[in-house]
Structures are given as C-alpha cells and as structure tokens.
Design a protein. Sequence first.
Length: 72
Amino acid sequence: MCGVEGMPPLVVDGDCEVTVAVDDADHTVVVSDGRRPHEIETPAEITVSRAETPVRLVGPVADFFAALDKLS
C-alpha cells in the first residue's frame, strides 16, 4: 500500500509515540528526512518518539533586535 498523492502532515502531541508496522511487502523503504531512503526487511516495526535532547534543524537562534541593530 502506497499513497499516490501527497498527504497532509500527521500532527500529534509531543509526548506521543507513533508506530508503523509492515507485515508483508516485497520492498519496504523508510525515509525520515525526505531525501535519504533506507531499505528495511519485513516484517518490521518503526516507532518514532521525541528525543530527550532536541536537535537544531536551522541555524542559530535569531534575535530580531540584534539583527536590526546591524542594519543601523
């Protein structure tokens, strides 16, 4: 089973765990960042949860007023 079109994001509470199970498939691929596919053997179960330490995905924290001062 595979989606033909894009799907809206799945939004859950930060304390939730999401588990996806694949029982029977000829070819199974997991993609976590939209770019790097990883092939897995079935049956498989993937559980996603929030890590204790957050990861920074985009540059340093921006301070609007510090950036504004640089323009002066």
